[in-house]
Ligand binder design. Structure first.
Ligand code: BGC
Length: 549
């Protein structure tokens, strides 16, 4: 697959498993109902400790910077500090030190396209046309008859232009009106952001998850976007001019240069799925833009063998030479995959298979907090909602709050997350579905995640090996092999077989196929059994991991 897989000293992030923490919801230490940094620190051993830990390698923290929280931290009002709800810079440094002591890397979220309207850069910019920061944001005069500078619409609904009576011009915001877009054409904006990057890297963070990068450049002549017939909302326009400009790639190349002074740092990009060339275009030539780019196809695809086979046989190989795939099934913007992959049949069985796929497919996996215990999407009433995007489209779109409910640690009244009323309600099933209960049960989803993480950690084939899809087998099943040379020079081969149907299946691989040992099954206990390619049996919604002879 990727050339990097064959390099002698692969970078840490290729074999790492990342765990996304939504700081609002992970652990509250001061009992105000909101998670915080001391809370996260108190749970680090759960993620990577000597005993009984899940066993991940890196955490990605969704934004923890000071923010008015209109977009729950994606509206930053100061890039070099910590929001008081979450703690202080000292709390962050303590967290970082403890994480590193445990061997856990820490990734910050970095919001580049926009700031909060409360950021001093924006206050300064809007104060006067003569401000030195005026050009740091996208300001424009209206057209005649009080019309906006262009027809552009915002990702979160409504127009992207808002009239500012103080500045006496319109400003651009691609998301909420409280999130004015920076003008990335302005060299001092880029310089200021690179200073932010250095600020955190100098403190020891291990890299950044870069937010909404394909929005960075705009056509500053502000031409109207053409309409798409028959569609509504954000998709009713072809977003030709308000995003996806060459400047986004230029900026990522510049950023790659900046971080070259920190050889271990990683950049992970988030771009819209429909950006031209796809998000993978942000790998650039493979070594000049980002090291990792999220691939959200598995977040959009149905639960069926066909789409997973397509992912493996066409999409992963299309990543440019030198790039490295990512495997993502859930995050803070989408409904959790346990519910998204279908509510009929046995959702838990599918979640178990999803865990096997996430941790054995080629690429760097990203777990979303709570998926290891099978946290479901919260069933929230309108009055529980906090996210403006979720509120705006409620009840027609699932929204984002349901996937952001507090972590379910134990069976106590607030699930061990807080003793106060949590900022979003916990689901009623938290008394059964929680870390404490599942960690005590060797057959739980949590125990399966932990076992797979341990197997992956010890297996060069699973963590960074080459792969190929095995085309033989029933159409409801997906089979693939991973392979790598071990330190002692032997070749390790692993096989993954998944039955996506709700019927048992039995089949044979061509004669000459290797025998092996089943190391894990998503339906059985940890007990191992032999793998006979002449008589493969997979139960309904079952996946198996096999070490081939
Ligand atoms: C983040 C969202 C955020 C948006 C605007 C994203 O893609 O993941 O949570 O609302 O960017 O910053």
């Amino acid at each position: 697959m990727c050339a990097a897989s064959r390099s002698l000293h692969p970078p840490w992030w290729q074999s790492a498993v990342f765990y996304q923490i939504y700081p609002w919801s992970f652990q509250d230490s001061d009992n105000d109902g909101i998670g915080d940094l001391r809370g996260i620190r108190s749970r680090l051993k759960y993620l990577r400790g000597a005993q009984h830990s899940l066993g991940v390698d890196a955490i990605w923290l969704s934004p923890i910077y000071p923010s008015p929280m209109h977009d729950f931290g994606y509206d930053v009002s100061d890039y070099v500090n910590i929001d008081a709800r979450f703690g202080t810079l000292k709390d962050f440094e303590d967290l970082l030190e403890e994480a590193h002591r445990l061997g856990l890397r820490v990734i910050m979220d970095l919001v580049l396209n926009h700031t909060s309207d409360q950021h001093e850069w924006f206050r300064d910019s809007r104060a006067s046309r003569l401000s030195t920061k005026r050009n740091w944001y996208c300001w424009a005069d209206g057209k005649s008859c009080g019309r906006r500078p262009s027809n552009w619409n915002a990702r979160f609904g409504g127009p992207s232009w808002t009239w500012d009576p103080e500045a006496r011009q319109y400003y651009l915001h691609s998301f909420l009106k409280e999130q004015p877009d920076l003008n990335w054409e302005e060299p001092s904006v880029r310089a200021a952001m690179w200073d932010v990057v250095r600020f955190w890297l100098d403190r020891g963070v291990d890299g950044f998850r870069l937010d909404a990068i394909n929005w960075l450049g705009k056509d500053t002549r502000w031409p109207n976007n053409p309409f798409r017939l028959g569609l509504r909302g954000y998709t009713r326009q072809h977003h030709l001019y308000d995003r996806d400009q060459a400047l986004a790639h230029d900026s990522m190349r510049e950023l790659r240069q900046v971080i070259s002074a920190y050889p271990d740092a990683v950049l992970i990009g988030e771009a819209a799925a429909d950006t031209p060339g796809g998000p993978a275009s942000f790998y650039g030539k493979g070594d000049d833009e980002l090291q990792l780019v999220f691939d959200f196809r598995l977040m959009k695809s149905p639960w069926c063998a066909k789409s997973f086979r397509l992912f493996l046989s066409q999409h992963v190989p299309s990543i440019p030479q030198g790039g490295w795939p990512t495997i993502v099934m859930s995050n803070h913007d989408q409904p959790r995959h346990i519910d998204r992959y279908g509510t009929g049949g046995d959702a838990e069985a599918r979640a178990r298979v999803a865990a096997l796929l996430l941790l054995t497919m080629p690429g760097t996996p990203f777990l979303y907090y709570g998926e290891e215990v099978g946290m479901r999407n919260g069933k929230l009433r309108y009055r529980d909602l906090r996210d403006p995007y979720t509120k705006r489209f409620w009840p027609f779109r699932p929204g984002r709050d349901p996937a952001r409910t507090p972590m379910q640690w134990d069976a106590s009244v607030h699930a061990g997350f807080t003793t106060h009323r949590p900022w979003l309600p916990l689901p009623p099933d938290s008394s059964q579905r929680n870390v404490e209960t599942e960690a005590a049960d060797p057959r739980s989803l949590w125990s399966l995640y932990r076992r797979l993480l341990a197997l992956r950690r010890m297996s060069p084939a699973l963590s960074r090996g080459d792969y190929h899809v095995i085309e033989e087998g029933p159409c409801d099943c997906v089979l693939y092999e991973r392979e790598a040379r071990t330190k002692t020079g032997t070749v390790e081969r692993m096989l993954v077989a998944v039955n996506f149907s709700q019927r048992p299946c039995e089949f044979a691989l061509p004669s000459g196929s290797s025998q092996g040992l089943v190391l894990a099954s998503t339906t059985a206990d940890a007990a191992t059994s032999t793998w006979d390619p002449a008589r493969i049996r997979l139960g309904p919604d079952e996946g198996q991991l096999v070490r081939l002879d």
